[in-house]
Ligand binder design. Sequence first.
Ligand SMILES: C[S@@+](CC[C@H](N)C(=O)[O-])C[C@H]1O[C@@H](n2cnc3c(N)ncnc32)[C@H](O)[C@@H]1O
Length: 232
Amino acid sequence: MKDPRAFDFDGDYGEEYKELASRVIPGYDEFFVATLALLQERLDKEARLLVVGCGTGRELEVFAPSTRDWRFDCIDPSRSMIEYSRQVAQRLGVYSRVRFHNCYAHELDLDYRFDAATVINVMHFLLDDGSKDVLIQSVAQRVKQGGTIVLFDLHGDPSKAYFKLFYRAWIRYMDLRGYTGKKKDRLLKRLEAGIAYVGEDRIMEICQTAGLKLIRPYWGGLLYTGWIFERL
Ligand SMILES: C[S@@+](CC[C@H](N)C(=O)[O-])C[C@H]1O[C@@H](n2cnc3c(N)ncnc32)[C@H](O)[C@@H]1O
């Protein structure tokens, strides 16, 4: 049984996340730049972006300085992650363009719709018991028709032969990237307990049901993929 609490973003994990993400997620740093490039192609000079699961503020860090007329609503159920992101916005001098919401996507009560939303490194923590569906539906409902949704997730079908190969290769990748010892052991335990893997076909089903049309997968590294969708 998976336990979503294995990753406690209000506990010690949040602090570790920045270093971990850059070392353990293949192409993590470049991914945000590629995502910004795509979003800039899709969005107007003035746009409103919903950042779901803002965590340590990476989206803000990469997107906000290059997009002077974009405004951001950042949501996260973890109070300490919201605080972390708030400090990032202050440090970058973009605070006046950002609003923070300490809540889940389905709790966000706004009287307008966004031009785009990002859901980056969030959905894999949610069980496939309807929680993944609720997340994507809540995001889709808050994006304009014709708007853009970016999803980046750790995924794969553990019953398929490729999964073991890719999972083992990922563990090897951590070694090659210098993420070793107790930190790595701790992470592997959390991954075992806390990631609710599903295959890509299931992810597409969730997104299509929520009214999202796939434009194209645009990023991939081992068990991670980034997809860009249009809201129908
Ligand atoms: C791994 S961090 C990702 C942060 C950032 N998007 C990135 O990729 O660097 C995941 C964040 O999602 C948040 N989160 C977990 N469940 C969520 C949910 N149902 N809705 C929104 N955010 C959630 C966590 O609190 C955490 O801050």
